[in-house]
Design a protein around this ligand. Structure first.
Ligand code: GLY
Length: 325
């Protein structure tokens, strides 16, 4: 597989920034590295560090992915958590999901005024007979579980963006641009712990200026996130509608189960989205990252300039994903 982008930004342990190319062959077979954590976007660097504190102390993949997501939700000028862009009515609504190595999963969506939706999702998983709570019910559950109700205010950046958006009030998902951290959407991370168990998490404030009540792929198990311990783990970022339409993450897992490498499987899922509507695909970003049970990882995006970060005992790198366009 050849990408047009030969030079990619890579941070390697003990090495300065250097160029590197991420292609399918680089990701096929060979590796058996654990523990390992991978995460979406350049912001994944800090997320991985947080998750690594758990993994390097022989902690579980589940604790690691929660910790990484919490770190991201704490960053105020970000697309994730309460600092994210609001819906068209000026309200920030959050979606998150988490899944472990035994098909246990929990999710929340359309959750307002709660700082750590990922931890509420974990509580749904561990303390209820359900897997998915939304809106007022999710918020009520969170409060009952001891989460604080935060003030209902936008961050300075979100307020500025929203006021600008109000001038036209036109909903048009823009292709996520990494340099504008505000403009991309989901933090997803996947971990394999020292015992060989996988878990995944994702958290987002969703698409900026979405319709009130809109929920994306991130809290939908099988779309935004899926973990099957015998095979691997997958998480998506980008325009959630396209991921939901094509059953994104569970499709990637099924391709891996049939023998594809993580990157080949991610590419297949992107191909499926492009094939649904090639014209529409030109105008949007969707990306998948995947990790198999041996610690091999891969990613594929519709558009260029999607990065993902990897941290293990042997590598600490940021790669630009291969892409369709
Ligand atoms: N991928 C996040 C969303 O569409 O809401």
């Amino acid at each position: 597989m050849t990408t047009r982008r030969t030079f990619l930004e890579v941070m390697a342990i003990g090495l300065p920034l250097m160029a590197c190319k991420n292609d399918v062959s680089a990701q096929k077979g060979g590796n058996t590295q654990k523990p390992i954590v991978i995460s979406t976007w350049k912001d994944g660097e800090g997320v991985n560090k947080a998750a690594w504190e758990v993994l390097s102390a022989q902690g579980s993949a589940l604790d690691a992915v929660e910790k990484g997501a919490v770190y991201m939700e704490d960053q105020i000028n970000c697309c994730v958590g309460l600092g994210g862009n609001p819906d068209r009515e000026g309200k920030v609504t959050l979606d998150a999901s988490i899944m472990d190595h035994q098909f246990n999963c929990g999710a929340v969506a359309f959750l307002e005024r709660i700082k750590h939706p990922i931890s509420v999702a974990r509580k749904v998983m561990e303390s209820t007979p359900h897997v998915f709570l939304v809106g007022a019910g999710a918020q009520q559950f969170a409060v009952e579980q001891g989460f604080s109700l935060e003030e209902d205010v936008l961050s300075e950046k979100a307020k500025e963006d929203y006021e600008e958006w109000l001038i036209t009030s036109e909903y048009k998902p823009v292709i996520n641009i990494e340099e504008n951290a505000y403009n991309h959407d989901t933090m997803g991370l996947l971990a394999l712990d020292a015992t060989g168990n996988l878990s995944g998490a994702c958290t987002t404030s969703g698409m900026a200026f979405k319709m009130r009540g809109r929920i994306g792929d991130s809290p939908i198990i099988g779309s935004g996130l899926y973990v099957e311990n015998e095979v691997g783990a997958v998480v998506a970022t980008g325009v959630g509608e396209e991921v939901i339409r094509t059953g994104g993450s569970s499709f990637v897992i099924s391709m891996m189960r049939q023998g594809m490498s993580p990157q080949e499987a991610c590419k297949k899922a992107i191909e499926r989205i492009v094939n649904v509507n090639a014209e529409r695909a030109k105008e949007m970003q969707v990306a998948f990252i995947a990790l198999d049970k041996n610690g091999n990882h891969g990613a594929f995006a519709i558009q260029k300039e999607f990065h993902y970060c990897i941290k293990s005992d042997v590598e600490e790198v940021m790669l630009e994903s291969a892409s369709w366009f």
